[in-house]
Structure formats: C-alpha cells, structure tokens
Design a protein around this ligand. Structure first.
Ligand code: SF4
Ligand code: SF4
Length: 409
C-alpha cells in the first residue's frame, strides 16, 4: 500500500491469503501466539488465536489458457555471431575476432516463452542486446516475422526492430528519474504514432494492464517500489506494441514475494496479447514456470535446447545437469538429496571467449569429460555439435544424457 494512505486495518490485508473481515478494520498488535515460543511475536489475528496460516501456492492468481492456440515464428535467429573485439594482436597486426556469441540459432514463437539460461558472462545478454541493435552483429541473420533485419537499411530496420522490445533487469536504470511516468509513457507511445487524447487514454489503459493505478501517472520513478518500477518498465515496453519481448533477468533484482507477481503478470499479458518472450536468466529455476522451450548457453554457444519439460526432467548436457542440480528445489521444504538429486559442483571459472578450449568448450570443467575420464580424448579433439538427444532435445556433447540420472526427479 501507499505509505501516505495506509489502510485502516492490517497493512498486509490486501495481499494476505488468509485475511478475514476484521483484518480490514482493526490493526493487529505484536503478541505471542499458541504456535510460537515465548519470544516469538506476530502481529496477526489468525496467528494470535493459533489458526493455520498457509502460504498460497506459487503461481496462483492466474490460470493459463489450457490450449495454446496455433503459434507462428516471430523471431528467428540463425548462426548469429557477435564480435566483442580483442586487445590481442594477430599476425599482420590485425585483431583476431572474439565471438562472445558464436553460431547461435533460436526461435521465439507467438504466445510462447523461450528461456535462455547460462551463468554470468556466457554471452546471453550480449546476444539479446544484439537482437535489439545495441550490440553489432558480426554474422548470421535475425528475422522478425520473416523479414531479415540484418539485410535492411535504416529507417526500415528500426521500424521492423521496434516489434522487438527489451525489458531491463533494473527498470530504474532505464527510467529517466526527472520524467514522470506519464512523460515516459508518452515518449514511448509517440514513437508508435499515438498522440493527443488517444495517448492519454492509452497511458491509463497501460497502467491498469500492468496492475497500477492510473492516478500514479504523475509520479516520478523514485516514488515506486522495485516491483512497481518493473511493472512500469513492462508498460513502457507494451506502449511500443511489441510482438516479441526480450526479458533480461526481469525478476532477479526483486524480492521473492514480488517475483511471482511479475511472472504472473507476464503470463497474463502473454495470454492476452500473444506476445512471444525470450526470457533470460542465470538460474533454471526462475524460467521453469514460464518457459515452453529452453536453451542453455555456455561460452557463447547453445549447448542444449528443447521442450522445457524434457530439459528439466532429463537434461542431456552435463552443463545443464550441473545448473539444474544447483537450482533450488521447486518442492517447498525439500532439501538437497531428498529428491535423489546430487549437487554437481563445477570447478574453475568460465574460460575467456578470446581463448576457448580446443574441442569441447566445456571440457575444462566437465564432470564427465577428460578431467575425470582421461580416455575421453575426443572431447579435446572434436568440437561437439548440437545433435538430437533425449526427448526432443538437442545437446552438444559426445556423451549426452550420462548425468541425467542423477538430476532427474
Ligand atoms: S490474517 Fe493476519 S496478516 Fe493477514 S490480514 Fe489478517 S491480521 Fe493481517
Ligand atoms: S563433449 Fe566431453 S567435455 Fe564436452 S560436455 Fe560432453 S563429455 Fe563433457
């Protein structure tokens, strides 16, 4: 709630799953409760009388459309390369190319979410920024609804690219602190040709669509919480009427309680508008709820992709298996080992893209590669390509599926 206009009753009532009528008119005070110890106090009427407090299940509040309607490819990336340069001098004094993103292909479909996962520095943000024109593309093609933007000239390229919008991890950094929300939305709406009275109507609609009050339009970004600012970021992205949204770690900076709200909001918007999402995260557990397909990235390459269910149930690449084993369990209260899932600890750091290991790029950290199985010299000699493995997945590994048994649940 707005701190300047606190409700008459319990300040948590609007968000409380077990609120009762009394909660909206009386304020609870800190007291001991039958369920707690002598020094354990809670300001809650339900706790006070020893009632049961059950947390709502994650993801409640929105039921996804049972049947996905027919999908179409909105964003198709083929063999994309993004060169980040190098300070090393090559033969004849030219700088050799360093590909932070190397031969990456992926597809984002309407009304569906592709989760792109990998640890920090793997190239996922470099890739996504190249898709909206922030980073320069060194090779490959990017098609937006069948139109190759890499072959276009301005302003046509910008026009087509505007169908793909980017949502930053930190919405505060992307909002001008000196502009009111109305001004920020007006700017985005004007870029889409919406002006005058229609602009005001649309700004109000957008605020309601992202769960904010339209009387907040005259506030500045600092007056909002992190979750509210991310809602404003979503509203501003929607003002451009995108067909694809690139969500770059959109909930990583938010409190856990707010993360689920933003994920639910993104689901609702996707169901309503049929937008395709490219959802970037460093943790597989974050994209689990929303993703239809998943691509796992390591050192600039996709090492596994496929239907989300199959990737989570039966990872084929040892890097995916390691990421999954490090993810928090989706089962509340379940600790490591109780699900039969062993934690796979990867040694070493991500190598530099300027000097990737020979053969398989993951071999310097792989728990089943030549580090532990010295006879697996093929991993040093031959670069594994993405090939069919598991249940509809593809994996870039000479020994796919070997670690799946220890990570599946
Ligand atoms: S049940 Fe407890 S926490 Fe919830 S609204 Fe009532 S007093 Fe507040
Ligand atoms: S190819 Fe070899 S080093 Fe690479 S992931 Fe597979 S087993 Fe590990």
């Amino acid at each position: 709630p707005d701190p300047a206009g606190l409700p008459a009753g319990c300040a948590f009532a609007e968000r409380c799953a077990v609120a009762e009528s009394r909660c909206h008119s009386e304020q609870p005070v800190l007291l001991t409760s039958p369920g707690g110890g002598p020094r354990h106090l809670a300001a809650c009427f339900v706790a006070e009388r020893g009632g049961e407090i059950t947390a709502p299940e994650e993801g409640t509040g929105h039921v996804r459309k049972a049947e996905q309607t027919a999908t179409k490819a909105l964003l198709e990336v083929r063999d994309l390369r993004v060169d980040v340069g190098s300070r090393r001098r090559g033969l004849f004094g030219r700088e050799p190319a360093v590909y932070a993103v190397d031969s990456v292909s992926l597809t984002v479909e309407s009304g569906r979410t592709l989760g792109l996962v990998g640890e920090s520095g793997c190239g996922k943000s470099t890739l996504s920024r190249a898709l909206v024109g922030i980073n320069k593309i060194a090779g490959g093609t990017v098609e937006v609804e069948g139109q190759d933007v890499t072959a276009m000239e301005e302003p046509e390229r910008e026009r087509v690219r505007s169908h793909v919008q980017y949502l930053f991890q930190d919405p505060y950094a992307s909002l001008n602190p000196r502009r009111t929300i109305r001004q920020s939305l007006a700017e985005a709406l004007a870029l889409s040709g919406v002006r005058g009275a229609e602009q005001e109507t649309r700004a109000r609609e957008l605020m309601r669509q992202v769960g904010l009050r339209d009387d907040h339009l005259d506030r500045y970004p600092h007056a909002f919480s992190g979750g509210q600012r991310q809602r404003i970021g979503i509203a501003r992205a929607l003002a451009r009427q995108p067909h694809v949204l690139i969500l770059d770690e959109p909930v990583s900076a938010l409190d856990v309680s707010v993360q689920a709200q933003i994920i639910n909001l993104l689901e609702e918007i996707q169901d309503e508008l049929g937008v395709g999402y490219l959802f970037i995260a460093h943790d597989l557990s974050v994209v689990r709820h929303l993703s239809d397909t998943v691509a796992v990235m390591y050192l600039g390459r996709i090492v596994e992709d496929g239907p989300a269910e199959a990737v989570y149930a039966n990872p084929q690449h040892p890097y995916t298996a390691a990421l999954l084993s490090a993810s928090p369990s989706p089962v509340p209260g379940e600790r490591e080992g109780e699900s039969g899932r062993e934690r796979i600890v990867l040694g070493g750091d991500l190598p530099s893209p300027a000097a990737p290991p020979s053969g398989c790029r993951f071999r310097t950290r792989c728990p089943i590669g030549p580090l532990v199985n010295r006879e697996r010299t093929v991993c040093k000699e031959k670069d594994p390509q993405l090939t069919a493995a598991g249940d509809g997945q593809r994996a870039a590994c000479h020994f796919p599926g070997e670690l799946a048994a220890t990570t599946s649940r």
